[in-house]
Design a protein. Structure first.
Length: 231
């Protein structure tokens, strides 16, 4: 015969479930990277398409691989704001990307889904510098369905020396793997556009460990309730 659970039984199960979830969250926090603001810098990954072209030996990889930066970072580990405040593109006239066209797009693959909220841009010097561009999230690698995250206008160009980072915040965040950077204007050069380095700002998400532990705790709590009710 079924017996309705007592308030004491319900409270005990709730406390058990809370304890399991809390323990998993503490372990998750110890294992995950942690930043001062819980945002980390994320590598732009690899380019799936480059509709801008490349000029000479100043290739797109120079702006995606940290090669021109004054200090390296660990993707999805290094604190975003702390890093960009102290890091420049030390070789701002050479280790940069320079295109064959002033407008076009780049399709990037981050490797897996991340919740991205902004980006860091180390722009170029002179009239080739990137000025206006828009960021899109794509539903998949075909880039047939795009969602605009932010449009940036009159982004500051370099000052002639080492390139300092600019932190640019998206109008809306996105959980995505695929990102398009559509460049629409430079600072006057008729043939080319350039920038030094690019990195995304990402928030830390609860890992599957927390979700799994909570689900497991709920499962055992429910089974225990059924066993008590059946006795």
């Amino acid at each position: 015969m079924y017996e309705f659970p007592t308030a004491r039984g319900r409270t005990g199960r709730a406390r058990l479930l809370q304890l399991v979830c809390l323990s998993a969250a503490i372990l998750d926090a110890a294992l995950q990277p942690a930043g001062l603001n819980d945002t980390v810098i994320l590598s732009p990954g690899i380019a799936l398409a480059n509709a801008l072209g490349e000029k000479g030996d100043q290739t797109l990889s120079d702006a995606l691989d940290q090669s021109g930066l004054s200090a390296p970072y660990i993707s999805w580990t290094t604190d975003f704001l702390t890093y960009i405040r102290t890091t420049t593109n030390a070789d701002g006239n050479n280790r940069i990307f320079r295109s064959n066209n002033p407008t076009g797009y780049l399709n990037l693959d981050l490797g897996r889904q991340f919740n991205i909220t902004g980006l860091a841009l180390w722009n170029a010097n002179g009239d080739r510098a990137l000025r206006d561009f828009e960021i899109f999230a794509s539903a998949d690698a075909t880039f047939s369905t795009l969602t605009s995250l932010a449009a940036f206008v009159n982004v500051a160009q370099g000052n002639g020396g080492a390139l300092e980072a600019q932190a640019l915040t998206f109008s809306s965040s996105a959980l995505t793997r695929y990102v398009r950077v559509r460049i629409t204007n430079n600072y006057g050069h008729k043939d080319q556009v350039s920038f030094g380095e690019l990195g995304f700002q990402a928030t830390l998400e609860p890992s599957p460990l927390v979700l799994y532990a909570c689900a497991l705790g709920l499962f055992f709590s429910w089974n225990r309730h059924k066993a008590v009710s059946a006795s």
